[in-house]
Design a protein around this ligand. Structure first.
Ligand code: SF4
Length: 426
């Protein structure tokens, strides 16, 4: 019999949160384009930004070569930035050129950047005008990927939130899965849910514009990523209802997430157990293997991906680690509250960042593993502190049962590498 997870009496939901504001180290929201353009297969992401933005995209995308690239940068030149040219008219000409060349594009996202925000380029107005001009073939939307005051996962949140108001209305009773997962992981989740008997399932973002995605007050939605605060609010504004659940990381998190959905749809326990027993056993075994190196080790999270709280829950409960500090850029209790309930009392929970003060705390604690952004990883490694890049957690398939062992492996590998280097040096 599978029992729902009970919140820990000493969970972290109500512990005082250390809130700090100061210099912070994060990647900007343009990064999300790297995984979103693969997911939404008929979309084009046009960043309206500077050469810096173009370089960031290029280096984040690595050396991928596309016959038909599905993202690009409309470069704002100095004359645009100085207000000497009509950037709005030039952008609209650029979009017309792009759409006349590329008949495969069905959704075009104008992505704002720091420079476009500084000169207050009105991308919402441009998107509205261009949408009216190119409808019904192409829908033009806009969102901000600017790095001012944002984290890299907020790009996906802003993109999905921008899609919600344009979706058609439906009265269907349906489950909406929200979050861009790799196709193979999304298919696994859909299989599990369909085997539970839930038939009407939609996914945001859909892979194609003509997927028939619609929503309304009979839609209930389950988030697969904890950084979708804006999308959560946009869906609620459309009348959809959130199914609160711990996030599907690890065996326990996946079971709790599925249980929350199963309860909503009245799935009986026998069916739930029949569907989940075998993958649960596989996930437990895979986590146990990878976690052998993690048990008893300490971990410190710098705020970066917004995955920190659910991951700390997974690593402490399923891998035997001790969390020293769990830093998150923002803490949405409506979204990560159940993960906080399951996270044992002990770590400092911090929100926001003053990076120098946080580095001091990290150095004083000397954790066995530190999860942080690229900018902090190298200096910490040089000081002898093993690190894990937070961004890898978004680029790697880590959700649901079949990836649970790989998720634990992402954290055990840096420790393994460090131990191997010590052996070689001895
Ligand atoms: Fe462009 Fe701003 Fe990101 Fe830099 S931080 S790449 S200027 S959007």
């Amino acid at each position: 019999m599978t029992l729902p997870l009970a919140p820990l009496a000493g969970g972290c939901r109500d512990v005082p949160v250390l809130k700090q504001r100061g210099q912070h180290e994060v990647f900007c929201g343009l990064t999300g384009i790297i995984w979103l353009h693969r997911k939404i297969q008929d979309a084009f992401f046009l960043v309206v930004g500077s050469r810096t933005c173009a370089h960031l995209l290029q280096s984040a995308a690595g050396v991928m070569i596309f016959a038909q690239p599905r993202f690009g940068t409309a470069i704002l030149e100095e004359t645009d930035l100085a207000g000497l040219a009509d950037a709005q008219a030039e952008l609209e000409r650029e979009v017309d050129r792009l759409l006349s060349r590329r008949g495969d594009i069905r959704q075009l996202f104008l992505v704002g950047s720091c420079p476009s925000e500084v000169i207050k380029l009105d991308l919402a107005r441009a998107a509205e005008r261009l949408s009216a001009k190119h409808a019904p073939k192409v829908r033009v939307l806009n969102y901000s990927g600017s790095g001012i005051e944002t984290t890299f996962t907020e790009g996906e949140d802003a993109c999905l939130a921008a899609m919600v108001p344009a979706l058609p209305q439906t009265d269907r009773r349906q489950l909406l899965l929200v979050g861009a997962l790799p196709d193979v992981v999304e298919d696994q989740a859909l299989d599990l849910l369909m085997n539970l008997g839930i038939e009407d399932i939609a996914v945001l973002p859909a892979r194609h514009a003509d997927s028939g995605l619609a929503l309304g007050s009979n839609t209930v939605f389950a988030l697969t990523q904890p950084f979708l605060g804006g999308t959560h609010a946009a869906l609620e504004r459309r009348g959809a209802r959130h199914i609160p659940a711990p996030f599907p990381f690890g065996e326990e998190g996946t079971t709790a997430w599925l249980q929350a959905v199963a309860r909503e749809f009245g799935v009986d326990q026998a069916r739930f157990d029949a569907v989940t027993t075998a993958p649960r056993a596989r996930a437990k075994k895979a986590v146990a293997q990878a976690a052998a190196r993690l048990t008893g080790k300490s971990i410190f999270f710098f705020p970066d991906s917004q995955l920190e709280i659910p991951l700390a829950r997974f690593l402490t409960r399923e891998c035997g680690m001790t969390a020293i500090e769990v830093g998150a850029p923002y803490i949405h209790r409506a979204i990560v509250g159940l993960d906080l309930d399951l996270l044992g009392h002990g770590p400092t929970i911090s929100e926001g960042q003053d990076v120098d003060l946080q580095l001091d705390r990290c150095r004083a604690a000397q954790p066995d593993l530190t999860v942080c952004g690229l900018g902090l990883a190298n200096p910490l490694e040089a000081e002898g502190l093993p690190t894990k890049w937070a961004i890898e957690l978004v680029f790697t398939p880590v959700h649901f049962y079949e990836q649970a062992g790989d998720l634990a492996g992402l954290f055990s590998r840096p420790l393994h590498r460090r131990a191997a280097l010590r052996l070689e040096a001895a």
